[in-house]
Design a protein around this ligand. Sequence first.
Ligand code: K7E
Ligand code: CUA
Ligand code: CA
Length: 640
Amino acid sequence: MTEDTKADTPLDSGRRKFLNTAGIAGIAGAGASLGLAGCNKADDGAATAPAKADAAHAKGSVAAGQLDEYYMLSSGGHSGEARIYGVPSGRTLKRIPVFNVDPMSGWGLTNESKQILGTKADGSLKYMTGDTHHVHGSYKDGTYDGKYFWINDKINNRLARIRGDYLETDKITEIPNVQGFHGIFPDKRDPVDAAINHTTRVFCGAEFHVPLPNTPKNWQDGAHYGCLLTCVDAESMDVRWQVRIDGNMDLCATSYDGKLAALNSYNVENGLIFSDMMSAEHDACIFFNVERIEAAIKAGKTVTIGTSKVPVVDGTREANKDPKTALTCYVPVPKNPHGVNITPDGKYYVCAGKLSPTATVIEHERVLKWFAGDVKEAKECIVAEPEIGLGPLHTGFDGKGNAYTSLFLDSQVVKWNVAAAIAHYNGDKAAKVVLDRLDVHYQPGHGYASMGETKEADGKYFNSGNKFSKDRFLPVGPLHVETEQLIDISGDKMELLHDHTAHPEPHDAIIVRRDIIKTKQIYTLEDSPIHVKGFDDTGVKRDGNKVTVRIMSVAPTFTPSEFVLKKGDVVTVVLTNHDKVEDLHHGFAIEGHDVNFIVGPQETKSMTFKVERPGVFWFYCTHFCHALHLEMRGRMIVEA
Ligand code: K7E
Ligand code: CUA
Ligand code: CA
């Protein structure tokens, strides 16, 4: 280890030594020990003096009745959802159903949400699950505009869009011919048209390579496998194009000038098994030249794969040997990197080493020069490779030239200076690269700073998303809650403000200034083409055994309050909430029929189900709305 990574306290040093030997050996050897070396050992590095802890906690607390300064939009991992927390409080504000089924709101149950999620021929959901890792917002002038947020699904390879005004999922696109869809990032502007200074594309990386086209025929031969980068249109959510590459893709970052998308690759080996994926000393950060790719698409230098009609261009090394025409540039990065992030000034990409204790700093301008033929070798785009600690994964920025990288194995966040790292790399051995270290609890994955992925990075907060909480909270059975730790990064030293819990298992998040997100509090009747217009528009309409029941709610009543059906009917209930009062939602549930959803003010939802048992079934309001909420109910009568 270098001087920079020397421990501050005796306790810390013991833990570090343990990791240096066992931890690193663990990574290279049995896969199961990745990180668990650090996990087994209890760590009381958090033991600050209580008074100091109280003062720090006060800084990060928000008094009763006061509002947070930021929204933190977080992924929810294999829960399939997205979440919103307040920063600095850490209070949970909302869970946004995306790829999961959510009985509270009716997501995955109502016809409207099923249409967004996608259904099979029999009307049931095509997929019930998702695995969300990364949330990113749409940009204008280099910062968030609050219009859209996107989130990936690694299980079923879908990209979902959340609209910023309702903070609800509004579109989902399935990506063809990929598996392990992981890294996403919207572009920040158009690479050519100066007038388009906002997001129009979303880039999606595939982590797992698959036979292209996907047949089991040559499953043993890696040569038939490939990975595709996918570009999705930000407005229509249609898949625009794909690029075939060598190796795989993990995380994504985009440049502020719109010219490049960068994806780190940990499997340049095209390995099909664990040990092969770790055999090369260097993997890569792959840069995609957006303008050239779109020109090649336009010129028709494309193929299609399987039944997909999406045009695919060739971004493999072999086809891109001449930098002056290349679509892709492979910059070598040490051993199985994880994470790529761009500095808020748009100048540098930072790739974290994961299996190497380094971060690799790549200069944007030099990559452009490589594409122009003015830089000989791709590796010359690297301008620094500071040693920062063990298991570096993700990097956030404060907008003041400093980077904050999560160290999974060290259970730390390390603050380092980008300019100093470059000076050090250029021979200035006195340059102080690592400025501070802070223990986090424990095994941090993603870390992200307030507004840190925009030109408006403000250097106030950094959130460490930790994978293991161990002793930080009351034990709740074998599965522990996750810890999110909020760190004040406004001073020279990082200061831990507080922990808050997160239901497993968040990965990445973004911290967005509150003035950027402008939500509507009331829906618009016309959002739904089938909304119930008023009392005259309510009632039962029959077409054979297909029945539509149109209902409106006005607290504390449903109209009609009874409707009569026949056994065997296929019923669609359309419910419009005619209340206009902010936050006045009604729920609609029918006893014994698995019908359950809510409608907000002026909102319409519908749900279709079959009635097969004669009898009287109460329907009722599930969502507390009024002093007479319990009385807000009616009867569905099913005749034999
Ligand atoms: Cu968890 Cu962004 Cu999927 Cu790293 S990824 S930790
Ligand atoms: Cu309506 Cu409760
Ligand atoms: Ca590798």
